[in-house]
Design a protein around this ligand. Sequence first.
Ligand code: F6P
Length: 540
Amino acid sequence: MNGDITQSQEWAALGKHHEELAGRQLRELFAEDPGRAGRMTVTAGDLFLDYAKQRATGETIDLLVALAERVGLRERIAAMFGGEHINVSEDRAVLHVALRLPRSAELVVDGQDVVADVHAVLEKMSAFADRVRSKEWKGATGKPIETVVNIGIGGSDLGPAMAYEALRDYADAGVAARFVSNIDPADITGNLAGLDPATTLFVVSSKTFTTLETLTNARVARAWLVEALGEDAVSKHFVAVSTNAAKVAEFGIDTDNMFGFWDWVGGRYSYDGAIGLSLMIAIGPERFREMLAGFHTIDEHFRTAPFEANMPVLMGLLGIWYNDFFGAETRAVLPYSQRLHRFPAYLQQLTMESNGKSVRADGTPVPVATGEIFWGEPGTNGQHAFYQLLHQGTRLVPADFIGFAEPFEDREGMHDQLTANLLAQTSALAFGKTADEIAAEGTPPEIVPHKVMPGNRPTSTILAPKLTPSTLGQLVALYEHIVFVEGTIWGIDSFDQWGVELGKKMALDLAPALTSEDPPTGLPDASTEQLVRRYRELRG
Ligand code: F6P
């Protein structure tokens, strides 16, 4: 839709419906409609979504779907999959979905045979990964590689780091991965500790190959290696992943050992391409391709399923429902899987760098709140930390719970305990416990208010058979498309990130003032100047 979505009759209808539904309790909705739980589910690939515990009815879904139709979501999905330049502020196609197209697919965009190029890179990555895994690739002293250190930041770190943690049970070739991102020297120092330069391979991952943190860490790593093994060792211990061959060569990495991608892959959407090289080395090309197939399953579901049975569409629309009609500011993502402990951090970049915008694609202001704040921790750790606020606090925090039927390896029935906790939490959040119920247990009257569990706290539960490369790919694709749905409703460009540029430039401008002998001048404001003086005093 061109124009202000909040002026549409679909938005107004949702506003009215919200007034009617906001005072209703999930207890009532379940009592009135015995078929509710059975109906409010969707299956996509191996993912089963139960959204019966959402503060929504069939009418809510109908109205939200009408809103999606109104903004032309169907056409926008087709435009993305077709390679149109939907990243308008950078005039680029947005084609992360092409990274997982099967070889038999056809897609030519801007004169480029995208499928052939994607598979050529995948093959190059696979051949290299196999050489490292089979120990055919040797370091400068003839020893095989035991540790791969990915140096990157943002999308060039969070994706492979999250996925390596998620899939570390599948790392079967005796090659471990580490991830260095922060310009804080503690990061690289900590990660180099205990490593043998002779058995370490650095993968310098940067789409632009201009990112300060990455290039600085890469220089430190290079110096560490050269000190131990000499300059000639670099070609055996450094490879690069980038779109910028000239900068890779300038850094001193042989471009034969560079794995490329394209400007139509956003950094935060890139770990299923060459940015996933460290992951591929750890888990192997076959597992990596299983992950890509998982992504593709959800891509196809998103592209073809009717909206009322389309998991990313429903979850994205429910995000709009809470964000813009209930005024919820955050969404908790709570994986009941220790292996997914970096998943919320990964989602923070994916969702917030994508949808943390206040103007629409045409440059006009967005009239409503955008960009849900994503956060979370694995259950049950979160239960013993912040769930108190979820249960009894004054804020509404919709939450996605993620669970798996089968563990990689169980011990003494622990996995069932884990799942029992997930199910107990969502039920307690939805249905709570009334004052009468608490009093009936013999609780003293003055204590009853403290123990009341208000309930009516909305959750979705995603259940999958097992955390595998495929189901991980499915989960990531699900959230990528949730971001797309929300961004489309808000009419924003979810694929640029101009908001991070100013701070980066200012840090470069500011850095000399921290070490200069001269009194600080030209600093942006009085508070910053005062802090620079204080820092210099403290540094001595
Ligand atoms: O933080 C901004 C950003 O551009 C991210 O979008 C990106 O993932 C990250 O920096 C790293 O960029 P690069 O891969 O070019 O080093």
